[in-house]
Design a protein around this ligand. Structure first.
Ligand SMILES: CC(C)(COP(=O)(O)OP(=O)(O)OC[C@H]1O[C@@H](n2cnc3c(N)ncnc32)[C@H](O)[C@@H]1OP(=O)(O)O)[C@@H](O)C(=O)NCCC(=O)NCCS
Length: 314
């Protein structure tokens, strides 16, 4: 079976920074509460002209530039998003068009909400394994400001816009572990963007929080077992960027205290399917992560769904 390796990680964030102080003017909240309960200091919002496909294309271009690969070499585009504005064409088709990819690429959107990116990586990896794909562009992109309920202070302070992307390529060796994915369908109502609620994001934050405290360490350990990576050998942990109080204890709970932990939620907020590649790309720009370093990627969200795998740093 053909292996897969990550060639590059890129990202894009809209220019507009929205601080907690600015949010205080829109909803009944305060900086102290947001920082203490969630850890967010600021987030980015896109303007009306920057749609979710444009965010995706800009992150994809950054990943292509970092890989030194022309868009014409891509044969599969997968976009993970839960904030697409049209049913068809999907975001992947729009991105492929904007990048002028000439070779009839496969264009696939997937929606497992915040856990979308590791799911999308697994789908690309499996397409590569069977020879259907050689070079894949895998993107997580969200414009959650479009689906934010600004009358609900419990969620309006969390959501944000951004995008991240990876270029994957066929390889002799396998540099991405088998995905561990799953769901808790009976908790599907805990995180929602429903038409009956005017397509606005809503969640039962406390029940999701309680679930994460027991479920996440167990699932993270299973991801590592599947990857045959010992906790003490993990170099970087990139958990879905929902809440610093969920992110920070995980390394200790799974016995990976030595790992560098991505905490981009502090400056980017919750960008759902974009959060993992966005956080990782920024971390790689700020820190030297040696090639081959085992990176645990793990996301959870609406559904409730979850997915994760270990990749080797490019
Ligand atoms: C959403 C979340 C940050 C809320 O934090 P919390 O500590 O559970 O807060 P609670 O909902 O219990 O609210 C505590 C109090 O703060 C208040 N509060 C809620 N939002 C507030 C805000 N933005 N500003 C000020 N006060 C706020 C509540 O009204 C409540 O007040 P009360 O005690 O007087 O009733 C947290 O539950 C969380 O992160 N959950 C998991 C989210 C997640 O991972 N989602 C999955 C994928 S996106």
């Amino acid at each position: 079976m053909i292996g897969t390796r990550v060639l590059s990680v890129g990202h894009y964030q809209p220019e507009r920074v929205v601080t907690n102080a600015e949010l205080e003017k829109i909803v009944d909240t305060n900086d102290e509460w947001i920082q203490r309960r969630v850890g967010i200091r600021e987030r980015r919002w896109a303007g009306p002209e920057e749609t979710v496909d444009i965010l995706a294309r800009k992150a994809a271009q950054d990943a292509l530039d970092k890989a030194g690969m022309p868009a014409s070499d891509i044969d599969t585009v997968i976009v993970a998003t839960c904030s697409a504005f049209d049913r068809s064409p999907n975001m992947a088709a729009r991105v492929a068009d904007q990048l002028k990819i000439p070779n009839a690429p496969a264009t696939i959107d997937i929606n497992t909400a915040c856990s979308g990116f590791p799911h999308a990586i697994a789908i690309a990896q499996q397409a590569i394994a069977f020879g259907s794909t050689t070079n894949a562009l895998v993107i997580g992109s969200e414009k959650l400001s479009d689906v934010t309920d600004f009358t609900d202070r419990t969620t309006a302070v969390l959501t944000a816009d951004g995008a991240g992307a990876m270029v994957l390529t066929a390889s002799e060796d396998q540099q991405i572990s088998p995905v561990l994915w799953g769901s808790v369908p009976e908790m599907g109502d805990a995180v929602r963007i429903e038409r009956s609620n005017d397509d606005k994001f809503a969640q039962n934050g406390q029940s999701v929080f309680r679930w994460t405290t027991t479920a996440l360490p167990k699932i993270a350990r299973e991801i590592l077992e599947r990857a045959k990576v010992e906790p003490e050998d993990v170099g970087v942990i990139v958990l879905h960027q929902a809440n610093l109080r969920i992110i920070e204890p995980l390394a200790r709970k799974i016995g990976a205290e030595q790992a560098l932990v991505a905490t981009d939620v502090t400056e980017s907020g919750n960008t759902s399917a974009a959060s993992i590649p966005l956080a990782l790309s920024k971390l790689m720009e700020q820190t030297d992560i040696p090639t081959g370093t085992p990176i645990l990627m793990f996301a959870f969200g609406g559904g409730l769904s979850y997915a994760g795998q270990v990749i080797q740093a490019p």
